[in-house]
Design a protein around this ligand. Structure first.
Ligand SMILES: Nc1ncnc2c1ncn2[C@@H]1O[C@H](COP(=O)(O)OP(=O)(O)O)[C@@H](O)[C@H]1O
Ligand SMILES: Nc1ccn([C@@H]2O[C@H](COP(=O)(O)OP(=O)(O)O)[C@@H](O)[C@H]2O)c(=O)n1
Ligand SMILES: [Mg+2]
Length: 248
């Protein structure tokens, strides 16, 4: 990263004050990151920031970095972190939200370390869409979004970059226990069912236990033990608890 100027410092201070919650959404090209992010936004009210989309918008805006970004994308190369991080910071501040899905970032160690150093934001977790190359290739070749990098030559380069530069980032977060891995080679709806489990708060996963009417007195309390376990206890007249069997 270059020297941080005053304007950037202000951005960092404003962002840090907001204490944003960030989920990194990673996976190979064509693994379904964008598709699933759209579903997550609808159900869980995150703001979706795709690093690739922000870079493509920057090209369109006629910015001074536009030509450089365009050439990098055509070659499947990773744009210098400074450029991508500035775009992400700006979008985070402008959104007004405090929950973000950051899709397609960090894509290499430089992205990861620079984002952490500049923003001081640690992701809550990393959603990783694991998909075989053969399936990703098929999807990219029929994506039909007019993208200059969805041709077989660039796709092969992007796969190589993913294996060499992006997978180590996923391994880094795996070692920290932060990766939630999703089998992404299934139909969109099935993938989203697995995604929903990751985003659903633990308390909501607690199964409701049906209780026979004779147990429905004031003396019965239900104590959630773990995400999907539930026990029924009966308070005794004197101190102490008597455990009753769980009734499903
Ligand atoms: N589970 C899926 N099964 C089949 N096609 C999918 C699935 N998920 C996404 N697609 C399609 O594959 C293409 C790539 O998906 P996209 O979400 O853009 O992936 P990414 O952002 O990871 O590159 C799109 O045309 C999308 O409609
Ligand atoms: N963090 C990032 C993300 C994307 N990019 C560039 O943008 C291209 C497209 O990224 P993308 O996330 O839109 O691609 P998909 O994985 O969605 O197919 C990448 O191949 C890189 O050239 C980058 O340089 N740095
Ligand atoms: Mg995408």
């Amino acid at each position: 990263m270059g020297t941080v100027n005053v304007a950037n410092k202000d951005i960092n201070v404003s962002l840090a004050e907001k204490k944003p919650r960030v989920v990194f959404v990673l996976g190979g090209p064509g693994s379904g990151k964008g598709t699933q992010c759209a579903n997550i936004v609808e159900h869980f009210h995150y703001t979706h920031l795709s690093a690739g989309d922000l870079l493509r918008a920057e090209i369109k805006s006629g910015s001074e970095n536009g030509t450089m970004i365009q050439n990098m994308i055509k070659e499947g190369k990773i744009v210098p972190s400074e450029v991508t991080i500035k775009l992400l910071q700006k979008a985070m501040l402008e959104s007004g939200n405090d929950k973000f899905l950051i899709d397609g970032f960090p894509r290499n160690e430089e992205n990861r370390a620079a984002f952490e150093a500049v923003t001081k934001i640690e992701p809550e977790f990393v959603l990783f869409f694991n998909c075989p190359e053969e399936e990703m290739e098929k999807r990219l070749l029929s994506r039909n979004q007019g993208r200059e990098d969805d041709n077989i030559e660039t796709i092969r380069k992007r796969f190589k970059v993913f294996l060499e530069s992006s997978l180590p980032v996923i391994e880094y977060y795996k070692a920290k226990g932060k990766v939630r891995e999703i089998e992404a080679a299934k139909p969109i709806g099935e993938v989203f069912e697995a995604v929903k489990v990751v985003f659903t708060p633990k308390a909501e996963k607690v199964k409701k236990v049906s209780v026979f009417p004779f147990l429905c007195s004031k003396t019965i309390v239900h104590l959630p033990l773990m995400a999907d376990m539930h026990c029924t206890y009966r308070l005794l007249p004197r101190p102490g608890l008597q455990t009753l069997p769980v009734i499903n």
